[in-house]
Design a protein. Structure first.
Lengths: 148, 67
C-alpha cells in the first residue's frame, strides 16, 4: 500500500509493480485505475486519509488474497487531485485469471465502502465534503443516543 | 476525523456508553454520531458496552468515499 501527495503517476506505479512482481510467477495482473471525472464544475477532488486504519484494512485484504495464492496492491492520493488525473489505483496478481478477476471486484467495492478516506469537491478553491456520495462505515451509529 | 474538522478532546469517561452521553451534549458532534463508526486505538469497534482505560484514544469516523 502506498500513499502519494497529489495525483498518481499511473504509468510509473503500474510499471514498477510489474517489475517487482515479475519473479513471482503470477499468470494474471489485473489493474484498476480510478480517474477524477469533470462534473458539477469541480476543479479537483481532495482526500483525507486515516492512515493507521487504512493500513489495517489493507492488511486484512492482503491476508485474504494470500490464502488464494494472490496479492493485492494499491496506491491512493492525499490532498488535491485535479480532474482527468488519477487518485486511486489498485491491482490483483494471481497465478490464474479467475481469482484475480473476482478479487479485484470485491477489493474495489469494499474499498469504496470501508476504507477510511474522506473525499471533498474542490470548487472555486474551496474544499466541500462530498457528504451525499459518502457511505457510513460498517458499525456506524454506535454512539448515537436513540432517544435523540 | 476528516470533515468533522475538530481538535482532539480529553474526556474522563469509563466506557463508550458514558462517552455517548457526553457527546450527545456537544452540538458540534451530536449530528454526526448517527453516521459515524467508532475506533478505539485505531481498531473499529461494535460494542457500546466497551470499557475505556486511561489513555485510550477514541476516533469518530464519518461516512467515507475513497477513490
Amino acid at each position: 500500500m502506498e500513499l502519494h501527495d497529489g495525483p498518481l503517476d499511473v504509468r510509473e506505479i503500474f510499471g514498477r509493480w510489474l517489475d517487482e512482481e515479475s519473479g513471482n510467477n503470477y499468470g494474471a495482473y489485473i489493474p484498476f485505475v480510478g480517474i477524477i471525472r469533470e462534473e458539477d464544475g469541480i476543479e479537483a477532488l481532495s482526500f483525507d486519509i486515516y492512515e493507521p486504519l487504512l493500513a489495517k484494512w489493507f492488511d486484512e485484504w492482503q491476508k485474504r488474497a494470500r490464502e488464494m495464492g494472490a496479492k493485492v496492491r494499491m496506491a491512493h492520493s492525499i490532498g488535491d487531485v485535479p480532474v482527468h488525473t488519477s487518485s486511486y489505483v489498485s491491482a490483483v496478481f494471481s497465478p490464474r485469471r479467475r481469482v484475480a478477476l473476482e478479487l479485484i471486484e470485491e477489493f474495489v467495492e469494499d474499498f469504496k465502502a470501508n476504507a477510511p478516506i474522506w473525499k471533498y469537491d474542490v470548487v472555486g478553491g474551496e474544499r466541500i465534503y462530498a457528504s451525499e456520495r459518502s457511505t457510513p462505515m460498517d458499525g456506524a451509529g454506535l454512539l448515537a443516543r436513540d432517544s435523540e | 476525523m476528516g470533515p468533522m474538522g475538530m481538535d482532539p478532546m480529553e474526556l474522563d469517561v469509563g466506557s463508550l456508553e458514558e462517552l455517548s452521553v457526553v457527546l450527545a451534549e456537544d452540538e458540534r458532534v451530536r449530528e454526526w454520531l448517527p453516521r459515524c463508526a467508532v475506533a478505539i486505538n485505531d481498531r473499529v469497534v461494535s460494542d457500546r458496552d466497551m470499557k475505556l482505560e486511561d489513555g485510550d484514544r477514541v476516533t469518530l469516523l464519518p461516512p467515507v468515499c475513497g477513490g
